[in-house]
Ligand binder design. Structure first.
Ligand SMILES: [Zn+2]
Length: 397
């Protein structure tokens, strides 16, 4: 099973690589809406990002595979255990593996997260400031991963029969807590948030939300312009931390009518319960992964096997990308339909999609393989088509 999963992940990476580098044409519709010059530049931007995604994941998998074959994890654990005891060995091994992985991914992330962004004129922060953010988020990931892996090994020792179910429950609780707490604890580490000031605008947002039968806790503006020129918005949180966050870039540089459409889309996610679905889906995938891990690993888990366990997890995540992204695209389409239902402004939506794609240099017509594997949202062309084909549901009198 681990071999099959890893082979599937490698195969998918290869497909993405091939789909990224082969030159291809565009449909007449794309050319009419966006023009040759834009499509060429957007294709170049997309190609660099996809190739770097493949390279990064290939590098991580190769390092983990090498560590597994050379039994470096076992040697690291046994060596540390002699000096620091069992707990120290366990902590040290997971920390060591994650430090190595961060070292491996840093150059790729610097290239795709900063150099490419600067090259295409999006980055507004300096390399040092980017690196500061990167190290902060790497540190957060590392703390969570090291604690999680240590707990996993402990649970497998303490409950030899049910550890995988217990771990799945723990993971589900973590996903839920993360959804609830990250907007108030993690996000402020990287950005400043403040309530949208325009009273008339906020009033309209609240009215729209009411039409969709939901209560918005907060509409916040984030100072994304400190780091990027791109425009976006997102919804986040559960219970009392539910919020809609809109990039200042979008709010300042676009007519209010468009900001409202973007927010209507986020309201759509809420009214259709997409945060809940996301938490459930992650928890389910966690359970499936742990079932695979139980089938393929000795119980209790051995700390020296951590590189193999992480490799299996990464292979699982990559292999299930087409599934999780297909579900995500369905939800995005559903949220778009809510926009049309509550605003009726399909013409505005078409115009907004064109503008945002131009502004963000979007891959408006991705290769089918790329779309299936990496696109959490339908492409701009698909969304434009859906808006044009939308028919309001007529309720009989
Ligand atoms: Zn969305």
């Amino acid at each position: 099973m681990p071999i099959i999963l890893t082979a599937a992940a490698v195969g998918l990476c290869l497909l993405i690589f091939v789909a990224s580098v082969i030159p291809r044409g565009h449909s007449e519709e794309a050319i009419r809406l966006f023009g040759h010059a834009f499509l060429e530049r957007a294709d170049e931007y997309a190609r660099l990002r996809y190739v770097s995604w493949v390279m990064k994941n290939a590098a991580i998998m190769m390092i983990l595979a090498a560590m597994t074959l050379l039994q470096s994890g076992g040697r690291m654990y046994e060596g540390l255990r002699m000096h620091l005891g069992d707990t120290g060995g366990l902590f040290g091994t997971s920390l060591g593996v994650f430090l190595i992985l961060t070292g491996v991914t840093l150059p790729f992330d610097y290239y795709s997260g900063f150099l490419i962004e600067r090259e295409f004129g999006f980055a507004t922060q300096s390399g040092i400031s980017w690196l500061g953010d990167y190290l902060k988020s790497a540190a957060i990931t590392m703390v969570i991963a090291v604690l999680g892996l240590t707990a996993l090994v402990y649970i497998s020792r303490r409950f030899p029969h049910t550890w995988w179910v217990l771990a799945a429950g723990g993971y589900a609780a973590f996903v839920f807590l993360w959804a609830m707490l990250s907007p108030i604890i993690i996000d402020p580490i990287f950005y400043r948030f403040r309530p949208v000031e325009d009273v008339a605008f906020k009033e309209k947002v609240i009215q729209m939300a009411r039409t969709a039968n939901i209560k918005v806790d907060e509409v916040l503006e984030v100072n994304a312009s400190k780091k990027t020129l791109k425009g976006n918005a997102y919804f986040t949180g559960v219970f009392g931390t539910k919020r809609i966050v809109i990039y200042d870039n979008l709010l300042r540089r676009y007519p209010k009518r468009y900001s409202l459409l973007v927010i209507a889309h986020e309201i759509g996610h809420w009214s259709k319960g997409h945060i809940r679905n996301g938490i459930l889906l992650s928890s389910l995938l966690g359970l499936v992964f742990l079932a695979i891990l139980r089938k393929t690993s000795p119980t209790p888990l051995y700390a020296g096997d951590l590189p193999a366990i992480i490799l299996l997890a990464l292979a699982f995540i990559i292999t299930t990308l087409p599934l999780s992204n297909a579900i995500s695209r369905l939800q995005e389409r559903e949220a778009d339909r809510v926009v049309f239902d509550i605003t009726g402004d399909t013409a505005g939506w078409v115009d907004l999609e064109i503008r945002l794609s131009r502004h963000n240099l979007g891959d408006v017509e991705p290769h089918p393989v790329i779309r299936a594997a990496l696109f959490s949202h339908p492409s701009a062309l698909e969304r434009i088509r859906a808006a044009k084909e939308y028919l309001p549901q007529v309720t009989p009198p």
